[in-house]
Design a protein around this ligand. Structure first.
Ligand code: PMP
Length: 434
């Protein structure tokens, strides 16, 4: 038995979590876009730790910043004894992700925590209770975040969930456009938004609408431009906070610091985590100062918020991303992936869609192109085949029929080419198997 298998067996005996159907690999070390497993096997990483390593595994300046900080102090708790790395990171975030005239930032440790706090702040700022969220959404696994999350299979027996949360239909163009063109689709969906909002809840009691402009776990569904503009206008009309969850789409993935910058639509509050800290647990809530200042002292915080080690890792990540122009690189990487996969789609009717913005690219499998019936059997085969051949990939989507590519954006041309070749071969194999 190899070392990886041995560790996987040990995991099954003692680790209380059923995720991980088969053994992809057990990491020994990772650098850039490559994971080396405990048996010395090299894998190209197209999953990026679920979108956490946009700047690559272990970028040298980030590792160095962590080392240096570890020699100074590890913890004082920011609200007890303040430290500069927290303040510096907030300044840097406010600069790259400005929210109106004056921006304020709060740090926490995970994406779910950022979402929880964004909701609290919106309620405090508006003095209203209700929250609108979307079908297909994923916002995390704490109780409010899970309430906002759509996928039922993640939620069995976890309720009762938070009250005053209402779900709107996400305008998923690929799945629901029928035969409508984009303009008609958006017009109809905006009408549906106004009607559903009115039928679900009194808009005067709505504090916030929360959405991922590009749904991550939901299958990389990008909100149509005009719908987002319509949603912004709807929020302005009714004094509702627009919260954008950029946990998966942020930090260069779309060729921007956040996908709302791609759309040019300003949120009141937005949330970040994942690639912000290159793997260290750090997350942020960023918003207009007047909104963020509504948070009552004592209602937001925590022992580990903005841990100094995580702050310096995030600051070094941002600097590194700027230095190597990662936003530009994302656009190039995304174009290569999209072109290759679109070419494959032209040859196989089992591929229903190839979509995405920047390097946030997904491929959706269907039983037939009309009426686009989801094919849920194919992704597990591809994931297993890829793992056996040295590539890590991830699925997504309500029906688990979508493969999403979240490779580190520092991936070299050669690694990208090799990864795509493995992926193409495994897709073809899986298609012929069904
Ligand atoms: N929001 C979005 C959009 C996410 O993709 C995720 C994680 N996949 C979360 C929130 C939750 O983040 P975390 O796992 O760090 O709590």
């Amino acid at each position: 038995m190899n070392k990886s298998q041995e560790l996987f067996d040990r995991r099954k005996k003692v680790v209380a979590n059923g995720v991980g159907v088969f053994n992809t690999a057990t990491v020994k070390e990772a650098k850039g876009a490559i994971i080396i497993d405990v048996d010395g096997r090299e894998l190209i990483d197209f999953a990026g730790g679920i979108g956490v390593v946009n700047a690559g595994h272990c970028p040298e300046p980030v590792v160095e910043a962590i080392r240096e900080q570890a020699g100074k102090y590890l913890h004082t708790s920011f609200n007890v004894v303040t430290y500069e790395p927290y303040i510096a990171l907030c300044e840097e975030l406010a600069e790259i992700l400005p929210h109106g005239e004056k921006t304020k930032v709060m740090l926490v440790s995970t994406g779910a925590e950022a979402v929880e706090n964004a909701i609290k702040i919106a309620r405090q700022a508006t003095k209203r209770p209700a929250i609108l969220c979307f079908t297909g959404a994923y916002h995390g696994r704490t109780m409010m975040a899970m309430t906002l999350t759509s996928k039922i299979s993640y939620k069995y027996d976890c309720g009762p969930f938070a009250p005053e949360v209402y779900r709107l239909p996400f305008p998923n163009f690929y799945r629901y456009h029928g035969k409508r063109d984009m303009d008609t689709f958006v017009e109809d969906e905006l009408k549906r938004l106004y009607e559903s909002a009115l039928n679900l809840v009194d808009v005067k009691s709505v504090a916030a609408v929360i959405l991922e402009p590009i749904q991550g776990e939901g299958g990389f569904n990008a909100i149509p431009q005009k719908y987002l503009e319509g949603l912004r206008a709807f929020c302005d009309r009714h004094g509702i906070m627009l919260i954008m969850d950029e946990v998966q789409s942020g930090f260069c993935r779309t060729g921007h610091w956040a996908s709302w910058q791609y759309y040019g639509v300003q949120p009141d509050i937005s949330t970040y985590a994942k690639s912000m800290g290159s793997g260290l647990p750090i997350a942020a809530i960023i918003g207009k100062a007047e909104v963020m200042d509504a948070a009552a002292i004592g209602s937001i915080g925590g022992t580990y918020i903005g841990s100094p080690i995580c702050c310096v890792a995030a600051s070094a990540t941002i600097k590194y991303m700027k230095d190597i122009n990662l936003n530009e690189k994302a656009v190039k990487v995304g174009l290569v992936i999209k072109t290759r996969l679109q070419n494959l789609m032209s040859q196989h009717s089992e591929i229903g869609d190839v979509r995405g913005i920047g390097a946030m690219i997904a491929i959706e499998f269907v039983k037939n192109r009309d009426p686009r019936q989801p094919n849920s059997e194919i992704c597990p085969q591809i994931i297993k085949g890829c793992a056996d051949n040295g590539l890590v990939v991830l699925s997504a989507g309500t029906y688990k029929n979508v493969l999403r590519i979240l490779s580190p954006l520092v991936i070299t041309d050669k690694q990208l080419e090799k990864g795509l070749s493995i992926l193409e071969a495994e897709i073809k194999k899986a298609i012929h198997n069904i």
